[in-house]
Design a protein around this ligand. Structure first.
Ligand code: MG
Length: 266
């Protein structure tokens, strides 16, 4: 509400009829001294970004990592050959024998959007039911890095810091926002990469915020290191890293992905 000097605070008609004199008072006494211009910032002007045409669509400054057509932006993690996961009908699907795939580009801080689907009729239980993973920074071959878990957690008990949308073995999701198998899930992630001193010691921790299907599940969580299967998390210095998707070795049917884009925040 704009309230200029000398403006009067008004009372409702009912109160006025009741003749309550203190209802009408000057707000001058509440206006602090000083010039409002002192706290106005005019430069630099934020760059213009055209939002996506619909929720989840990439904005104009996004790097599209998968638009349903091909895996041009991806390589196999193990040999850096062209990524050999299956692409059909606008969707990419894990090929477990190929192993993990990762982006050709390397990233630091970013916003990421990714959609994934557990196949209808998924079988198995616990960690062996639709296991995959989104590695926010691939710091080593295999499963090295920082994993946001992908799993069927619609009706599937496992350790909570290993269910879908957990920061694997570090932070359970705040809530379980899982849709049933056969429906598409979204992850929207803000990743703040760790920073290291020249000698490799940690300068500032990594932080992550995650929305699962639009629901906040990780709120600026401070990581204590890479997400390890066994042992306590620890940091390993890196500067820029690929984003990696996991081909987990469990026997359940493979996970699919679509509509993946990233906005660098360097
Ligand atoms: Mg996983």
């Amino acid at each position: 509400m704009k309230t200029g000097p000398g403006r009067m605070k008004r009372c409702g008609a009912f109160a006025a009829l009741a003749l309550v004199p203190f209802c009408v008072q000057s707000v001058d006494a509440q206006t602090p001294p000083g010039d409002p211009k002192d706290t106005e910032q005019w430069e630099p002007v934020p760059p213009v970004v055209t939002p996506g045409a619909h929720p989840g669509a990439p904005p104009s400054d996004a790097i599209v990592l998968f638009d349903g057509r091909n895996l041009e932006q991806w390589v196999n993690t193990k040999d850096h050959a062209p990524a050999a996961w299956k692409v059909a009908h606008g969707v990419m699907t894990v090929v477990k024998s190929v192993g993990n795939i990762e982006t050709k580009r390397l990233f630091k801080n970013y916003q990421l959007h990714l959609e994934w689907q557990v196949p209808k009729g998924i079988t198995g239980e616990g960690q062996a039911r639709g296991n995959s993973g989104l590695f926010l920074a691939s710091t080593a071959p295999g499963d090295g890095g920082y994993e946001v878990q992908i799993l069927d957690s619609f009706n599937n008990k496992t350790y909570v810091n290993g269910q879908a949308a957990s920061i694997y073995k570090q932070s359970p999701p705040l809530v379980n926002a899982m849709r049933p198998p056969g429906e598409w899930q979204t992850y929207d992630v803000v990743w703040t990469a760790p920073v290291f001193e020249p000698d490799g010691t940690l300068k500032t921790s990594a932080y992550v915020t995650v929305f699962h299907n639009g629901v906040l599940v990780q709120n600026h969580f401070q990581l204590t290191g890479e997400t390890l299967y066994i042992g306590q998390p620890k940091y390993r210095p890196y500067d820029r890293a690929a984003i990696k998707l996991q081909a987990h070795g469990d026997p359940s049917a493979p996970i699919s992905f679509r509509n993946i884009w990233v906005r660098e925040l360097n």
